[in-house]
Design a protein around this ligand. Structure first.
Ligand code: UGA
Length: 431
């Protein structure tokens, strides 16, 4: 059973609890059609003890004489690396009831995995532990990101550098380096949903302190996104009215077109609330999807439609912008291997270029840089962006807000950019 378990939108536990209606209907369908004994494998991420409900439904609705064994075998694939995660998993968890039938079913599934996974990576255990382990794994991964993000705020205030702090703590073999990259905030369909499911589970078990602890991981993530947007506003002299901000990246992480819970959604909504003109570019996400996310979260559709446009290249998005905000860590947003001029004094200011005059939604013409319309010279995933070219068409002072710490700050500063990174005071501290 591999079905969605989204967060409930209405009723008891709305906004936190997992909606198990798809799980239940799958169980009912299996009961309806199964003619012979079946091993039912729960692969969806579910609250602890969901298998009990499945067992109940199967037992009550199955055909006479048909027996069902339930296993929990959670999925640990991450988007962008799913095939390699599948082929070379850290572990395969198989949970079963602790009786002979349960052990037999677990062995049957373990044998299937043993075709390509070493036996010592296939772990069998109690059904409820397995269900909770999946939620716990995502909660702990998300907690590491929120933890490092709180430290990023301390770094920005003190002059410490978050990349160095992450590196230093990650060298401790008990901590390790993974999931310690400070960012504008984690996104994706799983972390927030699973944390909230854990919060709801804890509350249902009358464990308010536990619920509050895991809720704080979500709260810090929201705070980090808002904090980053506020930094944009404050660096741009506390007003974004009539200012243009280019958003590079809308996916929740690189190498995927998935935008669910992407930090970009919050950032764009916050900038629109400040009346900024926002241009968005993402190499993988379709324009319709960007609009769908924004329309479903916007406070004012009218404002969103008036302020936001989606562009086909990063260069188009950055044209005439006061600031560039990197939200997704796409390799193509890094500083490409283009020659950096020794002086930018002679470059024209973007205001001297042809600026669109008839409304924010109109596509600007880059007369000073006609090559931008040539698909062969637009952003290149292999070499990164030609930030020198972007510098030529931006307003002064030119800001880059790097929500992923992917740009070469020294190179951008040589081009005249003020660079604001996560967990690093950088340009800000020098002024
Ligand atoms: C996550 C888990 O990593 C998988 O193990 C799990 O199977 C999956 O959820 C799931 O439950 O289906 P995924 O959401 O695809 O996978 O992506 P991650 O690579 O974990 O990244 C999640 C978010 O955290 C992204 O927005 C990413 O940019 C962010 N992140 C990640 C950071 O901000 N810093 C980091 O150090 C790592």
């Amino acid at each position: 059973m591999s079905v969605n378990t989204p967060t409930k939108r209405t009723g008891i536990g709305a906004g936190q609890a997992s909606d198990l209606s798809y799980v239940e209907s799958a169980a009912r369908k299996i009961a309806e059609v199964a003619e012979t004994d079946k091993i039912v494998v729960e692969k969806s991420t579910v609250p602890c003890r969901t298998a009990e409900s499945i067992r109940d439904i199967l037992a009550a609705n199955g055909k006479p004489g048909v027996r069902f064994d339930i296993l929990c075998n959670p999925e640990f694939l991450a988007e962008g690396t799913a095939i390699s995660d599948l082929l070379y998993p850290d572990r395969i968890l198989i949970g079963s009831l602790s009786d002979d039938d349960g052990f037999r079913a677990a062995t049957a599934l373990a044998d299937l995995y043993a075709e390509w996974v070493p036996r010592d990576r296939i772990v069998t255990m109690n059904l409820w532990s397995t269900e909770l382990a999946k939620l716990a794994a995502n909660a702990l991964l998300a907690q590491r990101i929120s933890s490092i993000n709180t430290l990023s705020a301390i770094c920005e205030a003190t002059g410490a550098e978050i990349n160095e702090v992450s590196y230093a703590v990650g060298l401790d073999s008990r901590i390790g380096p993974a999931m310690l990259k400070a960012s504008v905030g984690f996104g994706g369909s799983c972390f927030k949903k699973d944390l909230l499911s854990l919060v709801y589970l804890s509350e249902s078990l009358y464990l308010p302190e536990v619920a509050a602890y895991w809720k704080s991981v979500v709260d810090i993530n929201e705070w980090q996104k808002d904090r980053f947007a506020k930094r944009v506003v404050s660096c741009l002299h506390n007003t974004l009215t009539s200012k243009k901000v280019a958003i590079l990246g809308f996916a929740y992480k690189k190498n995927t077109g998935d935008t669910r819970e992407s930090a970009a959604i919050t950032i764009v909504n916050n900038l629109v609330a400040e009346r900024a003109t926002v241009t968005i570019y993402d190499p993988r996400v379709k324009e319709e999807q960007i609009w769908e996310e924004l329309w479903s979260t916007s406070d004012s559709l009218e404002k969103t439609n008036a302020c936001v446009t989606v562009r086909k290249t990063a260069y188009d998005a950055c044209f005439d912008a006061h600031a560039v905000v990197i939200v997704t860590e796409w390799d193509e947003f890094k500083v490409g291997d283009f020659p950096i001029p020794s002086s930018i004094e002679s470059w024209p200011q973007s205001s001297a270029l042809t600026t669109p005059t008839s409304g924010v939604n109109e596509k600007p013409t880059l007369q000073a840089d006609a090559a931008s319309e040539n698909p062969n010279t637009t952003s290149n995933a292999m070499t990164g962006l030609d930030w020198g070219r972007i510098a030529k068409v931006m307003r002064r002072p030119m800001y880059v807000f790097d929500g992923r710490n992917i740009v070469d700050v020294a190179k951008l500063e040589r081009l005249g950019f003020r660079v604001e990174c996560i967990g690093n005071a950088r340009s800000g501290s020098k002024r």
